[in-house]
Design a protein around this ligand. Structure first.
Ligand code: UDP
Length: 188
C-alpha cells in the first residue's frame, strides 16, 4: 500500500534506534497501525509525512496480518508504547537525555514523575504539553538548547507526525518518535 514497513522485530528495532542515538543520526519514526495506513491512502499530505520518516514500523497485529496476506510478512508488531518503554530501560543504563512533547499538562507531569521514579538515570531535559501554539518556534528552540537523544511526541495521529515532519529540519540529531497515547498509559 505504498508504505515502506521496516522488516524487524521489537527487540531489533530498539537496538537499531539505540545505535542511531549513539551515532547521533537524526531519525524520524512512525509507528503505523491500520488507521495510519488508511490515512496515508486517503490523505496525500499524510503520505508525505510517511515518505519523510526514516522508519515506519507495524504498530498492531492488524498490519502484521495484512502483510502476511499480501505475501510480504513482517516478523511481529512493533509498537510506539513498547518502543518507548524499552528505550527508557536502555536509556536508564546509558543515561539518555529525553524530551517529552504532548498530552494534557496533568498527564505530562505524572509521566515525568513516573519516568523519574522508574528510570532515575534517564535525564528529562525538557517537557511540553500538547496544547501549544503551532506557530511558535519555542519548542524547537528548547530542543536545540537541551540536545535530547530522544524526543517522544504524544500528540495523537496525525498531529505527532505533522509536528515531527514540519520541525525535523531544525535539528541536527535525535530520535523523534510518535507514541500516541503512551504518556496516558505511563501516567497511570
Ligand atoms: N493530544 C495532545 N494535543 C492535541 C490532541 C491530543 O497532546 O492537540 C494528546 C492527548 O492528550 C493524548 C494523546 O495526544 O495524550 C493521544 O490522543 P488521542 O487519543 O486523541 O490520539 P490517538 O491515540 O487516537 O492517536
Amino acid at each position: 500500500m505504498g508504505i515502506p514497513f521496516l522488516h524487524i522485530d521489537q527487540k531489533g528495532f530498539v537496538s537499531l534506534l539505540t545505535e542511531r542515538i549513539q551515532q547521533k543520526e537524526k531519525t524520524f519514526v512512525i509507528t503505523a497501525n491500520p488507521e495510519v495506513v488508511m490515512k496515508a491512502q486517503e490523505e496525500p499530505q499524510f503520505m508525505e509525512y510517511v515518505k519523510k520518516a526514516t522508519y515506519v514500523c507495524a504498530d498492531g497485529i492488524g498490519v502484521v496480518k495484512a502483510a502476511q496476506i499480501l505475501g510480504d510478512p513482517l516478523p511481529e508488531r512493533v509498537t510506539g508504547y513498547d518502543s518507548m518503554v524499552q528505550l527508557l530501560e536502555i536509556g536508564n543504563q546509558k543515561r539518555f537525555k529525553v524530551f517529552l512533547l504532548g498530552a494534557k499538562n496533568e498527564t505530562l507531569q505524572k509521566t515525568v514523575e513516573n519516568i523519574n521514579a522508574t528510570y532515575p538515570n534517564v535525564e528529562i531535559v525538557g517537557y511540553q504539553d500538547g496544547y501549544f501554539d503551532w506557530n511558535s518556534n519555542d519548542i524547537a528552540d528548547r530542543i536545540n538548547e537541551t540536545q535530547p537523544d530522544l524526543v517522544f511526541v504524544a500528540l495523537g495521529v496525525p498531529r505527532q507526525e505533522k509536528w515531527i515532519s514540519e520541525n525535523l529540519d531544525k535539528f541536527s540529531h535525535g530520535v523523534f518518535i510518535g507514541v500516541g497515547g503512551s504518556f496516558d498509559v505511563i501516567a497511570g
